[in-house]
Ligand binder design. Structure first.
Ligand SMILES: O=P(O)(O)O[C@H]1O[C@H](CO)[C@@H](O)[C@H]1O
Length: 354
């Protein structure tokens, strides 16, 4: 096995400057804006051809949050304050549970559970295997917060919204992000049930010009142009490899490259072939935008993929069964014990060092 050794401007409005100005624009992408903008327009008066806004700053901001794809620092701060106050504790480690890996949050003790619907300004989970709960509590002596349910691009959420909870974690006090996912194994050496520790990624959505950091940058979160070469903490990868060895699962553990596509379709053979040629070992529909957001605000990142299905890059292998979400969930369920142990032991090591 290879040895490995591994930093905060935020978008305050989206790229087309729909928010922050009462300019009469009603487009918002979530279907609620037209009616609200109409209501708003009725309350406004026309002055020299420009619409004047009669709403208070607070009302305007609430409207923006509802309609917009990006979240001002102050709104993220309010969500974080709600969670820290409600939980009565400040977490140091944040965990994002992949598809079918919600049990990673079940090992948290003295848990305070927040349903996403009840967290102000939080999106809701729409995918099976993503319960939509935020769990804050103790794990191996550390205070952690775990997302039982992440947000995906294919659910209709823009990337900044998908990874907004990572910024909430940061303002709650989180220093370490553990991002987990279910993924298809493209590397022919990978078997179903294996764990791939991520040491790099290929940002396919980024290739297409899409980023969670798109739009104006708020330097309270991080720099305009963050570097990503050291995104995956090498020390944590080494520790996880050692833990894998002591668990006796080193032959089922790999260090590799993950790529996120937009989904929700699973990939074609030609796409898988192209990904393999680019050096990708495992493919999914998540995680990369979360890691980008975490690195932007200087969090230490540890991420792994549970290989839930094999991805063939050869047409001659067409006899292989097609990937299904049911299969993904079932493999994740079967491997939850090993995943939980890996996470718990790594948390213990981090806690022991602090
Ligand atoms: O990445 P997570 O959330 O683990 O889920 C993976 O599993 C689902 C497909 O089965 C997709 O959402 C894919 O991204």
């Amino acid at each position: 096995m290879t040895g490995y050794n591994a930093k905060g401007d935020m978008a305050t409005s989206n790229g087309n400057h729909r928010n922050g100005h009462c300019n009469g624009s009603s487009s918002n992408g979530n279907g609620t804006g037209d009616r609200q903008a109409d209501d708003l327009a009725q309350e406004n008066q026309t002055n020299n051809g420009k619409i004047q806004c009669s709403l208070t700053p607070e009302e305007l901001r609430a409207l923006r949050v509802l309609n917009e794809d990006t979240y001002p620092y102050e709104v993220i701060q309010e969500i974080a304050d709600f969670i820290v106050k409600g939980a009565g504790m400040r977490p140091k480690i944040g965990i994002i549970c992949g598809s079918g890996l919600g049990s990673l949050a079940d090992i948290i003790t003295d848990a305070k559970i927040f349903e996403y619907e009840k967290i102000p300004n939080f999106p809701v989970s729409t995918v099976e295997g993503h319960a939509g709960k935020l769990v804050v509590g103790h794990l191996e002596g550390a205070i952690v917060m775990a997302m039982q349910g992440r947000f995906h691009f294919y659910e209709g959420y823009p990337l900044a919204k998908c990874s907004m909870p990572v910024r909430v974690m940061k303002l709650c006090g989180v220093e370490y992000l553990f991002a987990t996912n279910a993924a298809g194994g493209i590397n022919p050496k990978y078997a179903v049930g294996d764990i791939m520790l991520m040491h790099d990624h290929v940002n396919m959505l980024g290739f297409a010009g899409n980023s969670p950091l798109q739009g104006p940058n708020d330097p309270r979160f991080g720099p305009r142009f963050p570097a990503l070469v050291n995104s995956y903490n090498k020390d944590l990868i080494n520790k996880a490899l050692e833990i894998g060895k002591s668990m006796g699962i080193e032959s089922n553990m790999h260090v590799g490259v993950y790529s996120c596509l937009g989904g929700p379709t699973y990939e074609t053979i030609a796409e898988l072939k192209a990904l393999r040629m680019m050096g990708v070992d495992a493919v999914g529909m998540s995680t990369v935008h979360e890691v980008i957001t975490a690195r932007h605000c200087d969090m230490k990142v540890f991420a792994f993929s549970l290989i839930t299905n094999k991805c063939s890059t050869e047409y001659s292998d067409m006899k292989d069964e097609e990937a299904t979400h049911e299969e993904v969930m079932s493999v994740a369920k079967n491997r939850q014990k090993a995943c939980c142990e890996l996470v718990a032991r790594l948390v213990r090591e981090i806690q022991a060092e602090s």
